[in-house]
Design a protein around this ligand. Sequence first.
Ligand code: ADP
Ligand code: ADP
Ligand code: ZN
Length: 220
Amino acid sequence: MTSTQDIILLGPPGAGKGTQAFRLATRLGLPHISTGDLFRQNLREQTPVGLMAKGFMDRGLLVPDEVVCEMVRERLELDDASSGSLLDGFPRTIPQAEALEGMLRRLGRRVDCVLFFDAQDATLVERIAGRLTCSGCSAAFHARFAPPKVAGVCDHCGKAGLAVRSDDTEAAVSARLVEYRTKTEPLLSRYTKSGQLRVINAEQPIATVENSLALALESN
Ligand code: ADP
Ligand code: ADP
Ligand code: ZN
């Protein structure tokens, strides 16, 4: 294992990337960098990036590559990312993957591992339909599969602000799945060819997926 580690969590919306990233970040001591969370934070702060991203997010469309890449480039420069990163939801297109390689190369680093969350559409829809997201720390819960200990209250940060995300509507979710198939799925063959892809069965319960990820990282 190298001294820094840059790990990509790749997979369709609702596959469980954020849920596992929360756990992995603590275990590996790496910052959880979720581009979706960064956009939502920008939106709460009403920054130009947040306001421009909103129209795309509401419709379930990908935000243009240049905007996403600039945001990630700035995030990777922060101190906590000097030991590596857990990239959740980035890259999502081939140009983003190329940009990431350039960013890491300039830092003397490379992508160490790509963890692919493999799940069927019916599972994704079922998970997103019951997803409750914390407005404080972005942790995801599920009405049936991962209920919070106290209804409406986040287990992690204690905020009483669990809510359905505004883009977790049926229309936006089907658009996100189309974006995923057309623009993100091509990354699978790229990372298979490069030998970096590790396929994880994301259909399993949360604790089982966590074990599969640990095994995949151990054998890396
Ligand atoms: P989910 O995991 O449910 O797909 P995310 O929180 O990852 O949701 O992303 C929410 C939205 O943020 C996306 O639909 C898209 O509009 C935008 N977004 C997040 N990451 C990217 C990215 N890498 N490239 C383009 N748009 C992104
Ligand atoms: P992503 O970041 O890939 O969009 P999330 O981590 O937000 O996915 O998970 C989507 C929803 O599914 C959340 O409500 C979460 O609680 C739930 N979930 C995550 N992993 C699992 C799992 N292995 N089994 C059942 N539900 C899960
Ligand atoms: Zn929280």
